[in-house]
Design a protein around this ligand. Sequence first.
Ligand code: PHE
Length: 455
Amino acid sequence: MSTNSSQFRSKLGLIAATVGSAVGLGNIWRFPAEAQAGGGAAFLLVYILCVCILGIPVMVAEFSLGRAGRTDVIGAFINVTPKKRAWSLVGWLSVITPTLISIFYMVVTGWTLTYLWQSLSGNLYSGVTHTGADMGYFTEKMNQYIRTPEMPLLFTVAAVVLNLGVLLGGVSKGIERLSNILMPLLFVLLLIFCGVAMTLPGAGAGLEYFLKPDFSHITPPTILSALGQAFFSLSLGMGILVTYAAYYPARTRLVRTAITVVVLDMLVAVMMGIIIFPAIMTFGLEGHGLAGTTLVFVTLPEVFTHMPGSSAWSVLFFMLLVIAAITSTVSITEVATRCLQDRLNLSRRAAVFWLMIPILFLSAVCSQSFSTLGGFRLAGMNMFDFLDSVTANVMLPVASIGLCVYMGWIAPRKLLQNEMTNFGKFRSRLFVPVLMTVRYLAPLLILLVLISPLL
Ligand code: PHE
């Protein structure tokens, strides 16, 4: 069972850790690409609506379950409704899903470490002889760094080891301390980049595209992709928020915490838009696509060649990415670590090793998806794409629906109310709206996301 040693020590620390989980590559990398595909400002508007109307209530529901359960995700379901044990299957799903995500997320974290390293050593720009080197150069570099066997293997292992080190430190001395240092740094870096983006000649055009909605772009596919993005970005349905909330003290106000986390997470996504769109407008890179690996590993390094001190800018940018990635990977591996500790009564140390050794092995294998093991196919995809696609398209939506149905219909109604009001210490006007959203709106909309590929 969790003891006091596994509690966040300070209010700021718990916010930093939770925001650290939410703010990840989803905000920095996936959001601008999705926003561009969804017509810029139109997407942003729908995204903000999804985050506020659905994201906050579902987050509150996850926090409530976690704090009431006071243990790991599976145990939370068992503790809350001991007579309905079948529901702990949702808990199982909420442990297996993040663990599978962690396998390919470690590989991506490894890529960000590679780029940080290559920027620090100057290699990334070693062949650039003039400003505005062409995209071909960086595509070639990307192939060299990502589509070869050695580099991804080495840096994926580094990512796992870093993660293991933090988890061994425990909740307050590992995760909280790391987040307390890195999250402020992340915001400082973002502010610096926003400042630079504002001075670019294309700033006006970029901001207009990102902030002035053209309502004709609001179509059902845009809405579904904004919803998917909102859930991914807020780390919903991954068991993370349930796990972290078990470390929240009894006095923590869950609704306020959820609003703070959601606002900060959204702010990071908006700041990324403010950075990316002026840059691509200025350098005429609109046609180059922002999806997948292109934005961060090709388009942005190319943008930096136009700026004096390209290497320094790229060091700062990849630092930002590494911070975003690491604070997310520790949260995602904490879910299963806590489970092993509480289900099998293992010490923290044993749990961390029992989890991280298989993850080390599997992510090392996954790091070869674009090179030596490219021919190994699951449902027609390499291992990396397969894990990404099953977790995002099937497992996460199913886990989220399960959680909403559980909190809306199965768990005692009083539980949500008690957690939202800290057992009646204050009133919460949001109780009924949260309950209604978790009961009806959220599961139905997520179900639509789930079945949309079949429609
Ligand atoms: N919210 C995270 C993001 O935006 C999602 C995530 C968390 C992914 C933890 C992996 C691990 O990237």
